[in-house]
Design a protein around this ligand. Structure first.
Ligand code: PMP
Length: 331
């Protein structure tokens, strides 16, 4: 679909100020309207997405990692020379490694040895140590091994423990929520986000509901225990995170891996937005809500960009279809 060339650039989404460290660039991410993929909604309904891939570590988890580390420094749980340790192969690991590099704290991450080369590379570039756990034991094996390592020498480590650390959702209460409120001029009526630890949906939801209790807070979750939606949790089959309070949600919407992948495909082709699969899941749920409305502003979160998943099923799922568009002049 050809769209009219937009007007001159609106005021910059970020202040173009000089900063002292990369950590100051965390947050204040842009909010973009989804136009083509959200076609056919009632004229009074808008769907907007917050692009968390603009964080310097490339994901929404920069916010939580920074808040947890800051609080630990403030309270003396993390002292100079101590090592930050966590068992996460996902975006939280990358965020911790980046912030550790920027603030001068050593970082050690415990990961199943079958984690992708991309993940290992990013963490190593930030100077993070990697301890490999048995790949057959998945993330549970990494969690166990991490506990053992800390148990041997507890004094030298700080473990953020993102599933139980209230600073995880607090980061979103203090930053993501206020940003969304400001960026929509207070017009947000529905907030939709995927649940991994639940930090994003809980903290942002709490802030928005305090502003206006009529705002609905909705979680998107994978429709099955075994799914390809990296970053998201199927709560009924998982250990429920300590920071997750289901009673604070107005609704949970199950999303299939296929529907999430379809949204990623359409966002890239129609909007020029290449995002990760959990963003696709969030948009699918946001559109389910938006289709039921005659008026409203539905805001969702795109946790990271799709470039992070080029060695995963996301790419292999679409590769055949997308490769057809290539012109091959080789002889
Ligand atoms: N999407 C991706 C890609 C993630 O890495 C995460 C974090 N695990 C989430 C969504 C969910 O974020 P939260 O932990 O704040 O619920």
């Amino acid at each position: 679909m050809l769209t009219a060339i937009p007007k001159p650039a609106p005021p910059a989404a970020r202040e173009l100020a000089k900063v002292d460290t990369v950590t100051e660039l965390i947050g204040n991410t842009p909010l973009v309207e989804i136009r083509s993929v959200a076609r056919g909604l009632s004229p009074g309904v808008r769907v907007l997405a917050k692009l968390e891939g603009f964080n310097p570590g490339g994901s929404v988890k920069d916010r939580a990692a920074l808040r947890m580390i800051r609080e630990a420094v403030r309270t003396g749980q993390l002292r100079p020379g101590q090592t930050i340790i966590e068992s996460t192969s996902g975006n939280t690991g990358i965020a911790i490694a980046m912030i550790g590099a920027a603030l001068g704290y050593p970082v050690r991450l415990v990961l199943p040895s079958n984690v992708s080369e991309e993940r290992k590379g990013i963490i190593r570039f930030f100077g993070g140590d990697i301890v490999y756990s048995n790949p057959m034991e998945g993330s549970d094996g990494a969690i166990r091994l991490c506990r053992e390592i800390v148990g041997e020498e507890p004094g030298i480590y700080f473990k953020p423990d993102q599933y139980f650390n209230p600073m995880n959702s607090q980061a979103h209460y203090e930053t993501t929520g206020p940003e969304i409120h400001r960026q929509t001029g207070g017009s947000v009526t529905h907030f939709v986000a995927g649940i991994g630890t639940g930090g994003t949906v809980m903290g942002t939801g709490r802030f928005l509901k305090e502003r206006d209790p009529r705002i609905r807070v909705i979680a998107a979750e994978p429709d099955a225990a075994l799914h390809g939606l990296e970053g998201l949790k199927h709560m009924a089959s998982s250990i429920v995170p300590g920071i997750y309070h289901e009673e604070d949600l107005d609704l949970k919407i199950p999303v299939s891996t296929e529907d999430a992948y379809e949204m990623v495909y359409r966002l890239s082709q129609e909007e020029g937005l290449l995002v990760g699969q959990s963003s696709g899941a969030a948009l699918d749920a946001a559109l389910q809500i938006a289709r039921q409305l005659t008026h409203g502003t539905v805001v969702t979160v795109f946790p990271d960009f799709g470039s992070r998943y080029m060695t995963t099923n996301l790419w292999t799922t679409w590769k055949e279809k997308l490769d057809v568009g290539n012109l091959d002049f080789s002889i």
